[in-house]
Design a protein. Sequence first.
Length: 245
Amino acid sequence: MVRRTKADAEATRTALLDAAEQLFQANGVSRTSLQDIASAAGTTRGAIYWHFQDKADLFNAMMDRVTLPLEQSTYAAQAVEAPLQQIRASVLIALHKTATDEQARRVFEIATQQVEYNGEMLAVRERKLRWRDEYLGYLTHEFETAAAEARITLPVGARTAALGLKAILTGLLDNWLLDTRDFDLVEVGTQVMDRYLTGLGFAPASTPAPAPAPRAAARAKAATGATRPAPAGSPIPARSRKRTA
């Protein structure tokens, strides 16, 4: 019997994730079986259980390997010092990522439109709830700090302001994914976000917030030592079992 190498195992794992991504988008998560995924990947169902505990574990691994539109946007925004500009940068990075990264857009579409939170997929729902709570906590803190620096009193509580911005962002993404030709996601998203921030009492933005370069974001993350949430999936990525035979 030929012993599989680590490279062979990783290639199989990648093929399974690629197949899952395509089938989940085409058929939905609940209507895609592990056998369907194994067949599409040209391997066996046993190979899936070699790498993943169940469908939820495979689903989370699919999300982990792709930087989703909201994922890392808060990390990258740390390169911008002003709290209000951190908020703007995180949203604009998310919008730009969705509009330009085909794989990220595909996986985000699956995560928002093709998954039902029942049975074994309840673990995915719990993960999403953890992210929501941490992301709202992040936005709430940034709104509080930004309001203090701008010396204004928000017309609503900081958490309510955070909920409103998150609802705007989620709504824009959901509607754009239904028909990507309907409007320019970045342009319209920027206009709506800035109008919302102005309505909260912040000064109108004169120029678009810059999207920090990856190296700048990495330096900011290392300097602060802060752990930001990973908005599109979970603040604590689910780890799949990686083995070699």
